[in-house]
Design a protein around this ligand. Structure first.
Ligand code: SF4
Length: 212
């Protein structure tokens, strides 16, 4: 089991790789060397290097939105898809308009496409956020398949729910990036939960206290 998140050595961030922890993945450099070779496959190599170029060119200058646009331009993409959340319609429109200003017409699909009620895929009415009412289901597989049908070369995720985003990425033929991560409570900034995890936000994050 690897535990990089709890490591205090961080030899991987130095040129000298001495003093590796016992469970460090770098104790098996044969495996890591095989993995390094996969970056040399031409398509992966171009993708990876362009991502690194965007990182360097806009370092601490470009927000992720601009980085995403610049990455698409570097890759020369003509058909970029965006799967967005209905709760972020306005943001999706702003993003699409901005991409257009940069010469890229996004192909966009909302999460509620199909307009099915949640009960049509097995959810019970009492588990809806508003029981007794029509509640359209998110349809990430349709979002992926519709964008696949448009032959998108790259797909952007904007604010899909936890798990729905996973299904979208699983079914997307094109590689995906995430522009917005949904967090209804924290203004779509899940890092705020981490920044406040040790004090102000602690109670919201801990498991419920067991009843004895
Ligand atoms: S790769 Fe090794 S040195 Fe780097 S964080 Fe993980 S355990 Fe620590």
């Amino acid at each position: 089991m690897y535990t990089c998140a709890n490591c205090s050595v961080h030899a991987c961030e130095r040129e000298d790789h001495g003093n590796l922890p016992k469970n460090c993945p770098m104790n098996d450099m044969v495996n890591l060397e095989k993995i390094r070779q996969s970056y040399l496959e031409p398509e992966t190599n171009r993708f990876f290097l362009n991502a690194a170029l965007v990182e360097a060119e806009g370092y601490c200058e470009w927000p992720r939105l601009r980085e995403t646009i610049e990455f698409c331009k570097k890759m020369g993409y003509k058909r970029v898809g965006m799967a967005f959340c209905g709760g972020l319609k306005n943001e999706a429109k702003i993003a699409a308009d901005l991409f257009r200003k940069h010469g890229i017409n996004l192909i966009t699909v909302i999460c509620k496409t199909g307009g099915y009620d949640k009960t049509e895929v097995g959810m019970t009415d009492r588990h809806k956020t508003r029981p007794g009412e029509f509640e359209p289901m998110c349809n990430p597989i349709a979002q992926a398949e519709l964008l696949n049908g448009q032959n998108t070369e790259f797909n952007i995720v904007l604010g899909l729910c936890v798990g729905h985003d996973s299904l979208f990425m699983k079914h997307s033929n094109a590689l995906c990036t995430v522009l917005v991560v949904k967090d209804r409570v924290l203004g779509h900034n899940p890092c705020a939960a981490l920044y406040t995890a040790e004090f102000y936000g602690r109670k919201r994050l801990l498991p419920p206290t067991p009843v004895i």
